[in-house]
Design a protein. Structure first.
Length: 189
């Protein structure tokens, strides 16, 4: 039986906004390739009788050009839709933000740099839609593994299994626990 968390991971496993943008770029690349193909087909000369080669060439070019037009139409639509429909873009980015929050909460404690990267990505998403990341996450209780009280005041927001801490006012600094102890000792002098 599939667990609820597996459904959540499947749902939140893709950043839709980025996927749409990537798809637009892929369509543009395919469009350019087909244009190039169309030009190359025009240069082909084969062992076919001249009239048959000419007709085949014409058909191939028409097919390639038709594909170019279809891809261009899809790309133009997606590009317009993502840039003009702020509501849909906002909804997609909100979903991506919640996906990122879910990813942060599911952090396994292995490497604090993963957590740092995800928080940076969440900040970028929330900035795009005008949300404050601090309104969405309680950084005092960022992970399931509590941070020892002596480090909380530094502040340390998370501690990984290798002894590295996530710290800094923008949650963007990684320090070893020994460095944090030294800094705390300096502050207490």
């Amino acid at each position: 039986m599939t667990k609820q968390s597996e459904y959540m991971e499947a749902f939140f496993g893709v950043e839709l906004n980025q996927k749409f943008e990537d798809m637009i770029l892929e369509l543009k690349d395919a469009e350019e390739s087909l244009k190039k193909l169309s030009k190359e087909i025009g240069k082909l000369e084969g062992n076919l009788p001249a009239e048959e080669a000419k007709e085949l060439n014409k058909e191939c070019r028409a097919i390639a050009y038709e594909n170019v037009q279809q891809i261009k139409d899809v790309r133009t639509f997606l590009d317009f839709y993502l840039k003009s429909d702020k509501t849909s873009t906002h909804i997609i980015l909100e979903r991506d933000a919640y996906m990122k929050i879910y990813q942060i909460f599911k952090w396994d404690g292995a490497d604090v740099r993963d957590l740092k990267r995800w928080i940076k990505e969440l900040k970028e998403i929330t900035d795009k839609i005008g949300l404050n990341m601090r309104d969405l996450i309680n950084f005092k209780k960022l992970t399931a593994q509590p941070v020892p009280e002596v480090f909380v005041k530094f502040p340390v927001y998370a501690l990984d299994r290798q002894g590295y801490c996530l710290t800094g006012p923008a949650f963007d600094s990684v320090m070893h626990v020994d460095e944090v102890r030294e800094k705390i000792a300096e502050q207490n002098r």
